[in-house]
Design a protein around this ligand. Structure first.
Ligand code: IMP
Ligand code: MG
Length: 181
């Protein structure tokens, strides 16, 4: 087993549980988009594992674009600021867009991204997240596909990081508090 597993307070979802849920979500997406050509926009780095495992379960013709954003949380920065790292946005005009992200927390990131993509004139736009934190959101985001609802706790693994670490864990778990600054 990975030595970093010791850094978890507890495991929330093991790999088999994640995969079973991905089967269900992929089946729904495949049904919903069976007559539409899908353009998937994945938000890296957090959604990397999720994207790879989910998309391999969707037997539809689709286009894939990845982008990465930096969002600042906490009081030290102006809230709501989301910086897009790549120079040009994917072309989504007239397309059925599905945004993939790892986790919906405040909703800040997905609200900014959705707004930016809507301005480019997609035919439709929906959001799929692996995890959603059960909390009131400063920014309401409607996600048509949610893997798991979780409590407000800091989780890592399966793409999710703490300071860029733990993304390679095969499961999702709560990080030990003593390891967080
Ligand atoms: P939001 O903009 O507040 O919804 O936050 C979204 C981003 O914050 C996610 O894409 C993650 O990168 C990060 N994030 C939020 N909660 C967690 C967590 O519990 N673990 C790891 N990353 C998180
Ligand atoms: Mg992150």
């Amino acid at each position: 087993m990975l030595a970093v597993l010791r850094d978890l307070e507890r495991v929330l979802f093991d790999q088999a549980t994640i995969f079973r849920r991905l089967d269900e979500i992929a089946a729904r997406i495949s049904r919903d988009y069976r007559h539409k050509e899908l353009t998937v926009i994945a938000v890296l780095n957090g959604s990397l594992m999720f994207m790879a495992d989910l998309l391999r379960r969707i037997p539809l013709p689709l286009k894939l674009d990845c982008l990465s954003v930096v969002s600042y949380h906490g009081k030290a920065r102006a809230s709501g600021e989301v910086i897009f790292k790549q120079i040009s946005m994917p072309d989504v005009q007239g397309r059925h867009v599905l945004i993939l992200d790892d986790i919906l927390d405040s909703g800040n990131t997905l609200t900014a991204l959705r707004k930016k993509l809507v301005a480019a004139g997609p035919r439709s736009i929906n959001v799929c997240v692996l995890l959603s934190k059960n909390r009131p959101r400063a920014y309401a985001v409607e996600a048509g596909y949610v893997g798991f609802e979780i409590k407000v706790e800091f989780v890592v693994g399966y793409g999710l990081d703490y300071d860029e670490r733990y993304r390679n864990l095969p499961c999702i778990g709560v990080l030990r508090k003593d390891l967080m600054k």
